[in-house]
Design a protein around this ligand. Structure first.
Ligand code: R5P
Length: 284
């Protein structure tokens, strides 16, 4: 049984359309003092439940834990948590003395009731080490690469070395060339970001990243690529957080911007429903 998390309503509807499973909704309200309330709108007693709930913004993370408890209290036989976007994965270790390891805190809370955990394009797979239950990290990059084909790209590009494996995998499946940006010192004051091996002059480039948050990374990358003569620059990501006016600012710098529905927004042009349904339901 699919439990329709309020953080991923459109994605849950898409999953339900593809699959022959029952779906239970979640009623939610916020009290005047800001406290959240959730209640399942159907019975999950004795069911193997999959709760699909993205954890951005913070309210969705909070409600994930409340819904888990509701599912447990209602007597479900088992619970799988599918967090299409799992927030706090960037704080997966101590960067400075005195910090919290936030990803570990939330991993522990999830496994209080969950039998398994799934997510998509986790910022780092190290997060999975915090769980003692079975986990899966899926990748939406092949779906993004497929979508990118409509722009007839010459190159798929990761904006940094950290994301190069994701882009390599996607580009390989789509049969497109790939590269990643590196910082090169031009002189004492100038640092340029340019592809490690390829030239972008006259080329159509699609930059793919796991997250666009403030857009700082993508905006800098797009500007540098245009300066180096790129013909078109398109920006895509799995998790489009687009804090504040990021989408408007980024749209002025790139030919197009697109993302998946792991975080639902107006430019969620790629759905991860096939990815989730294949992993969770078709393999049964
Ligand atoms: C960084 O390592 C990530 O892969 C993204 O590049 C980063 O989180 C994007 O953040 P922003 O949009 O704020 O530059």
């Amino acid at each position: 049984m699919l439990v329709k998390g309020p953080g991923s309503p459109a994605l849950c509807d898409r999953l339900a359309e593809r699959l022959d499973v029952h779906m239970v909704g979640v009623e939610q309200k916020i009290f005047p003092d800001g406290e959240h309330y959730v209640r399942l709108t159907g019975d999950v007693k004795g069911e193997d439940c999959v709760l699909v709930q993205s954890t951005y913004p913070n309210e969705n993370l909070l409600e994930l834990f409340l819904i888990q408890d509701a599912i447990f209290e209602n007597g479900a036989s088992s619970l799988t948590v599918m967090a299409p976007y799992f927030s706090y994965a960037r704080q997966d270790k101590l960067f400075r003395e005195g910090e919290a390891v936030s990803a570990r805190v939330f991993a522990r809370l999830i496994e209080t009731h969950a039998r398994s955990f799934l997510s998509i394009d986790l910022h780092t797979e190290r997060v999975l080490d915090f769980f003692s239950i079975p986990t899966v990290n899926l990748s939406a990059m092949p779906l993004l690469a497929d979508h990118s084909c409509m722009y007839e790209p010459d190159i798929l590009l990761s904006p940094d070395e950290g994301g190069k494996d994701r882009v390599r995998l996607a580009a390989g499946e789509a049969g497109i060339g790939w590269d990643y940006l590196v910082k090169k010192r031009i002189d004492g004051e100038t640092v340029r970001m340019e592809p490690k091996g390829m030239k972008v002059e006259g080329k159509t480039v699609v930059i793919l990243d796991d997250i666009i948050s403030t857009g700082g990374t993508m905006i800098q990358a797009a500007r540098q690529l245009f300066e180096q003569g790129a013909e078109e620059v398109h920006a895509g990501c799995t998790h489009g957080l687009f804090v504040g006016d990021t989408l408007q600012r980024l749209s002025r710098e790139c030919d197009t911007v697109f993302c998946t529905d792991t975080v639902e927004c107006e430019i969620s042009k790629v759905t991860v429903a096939p990815l989730i349904s294949r992993e969770l339901f078709m393999t049964k």
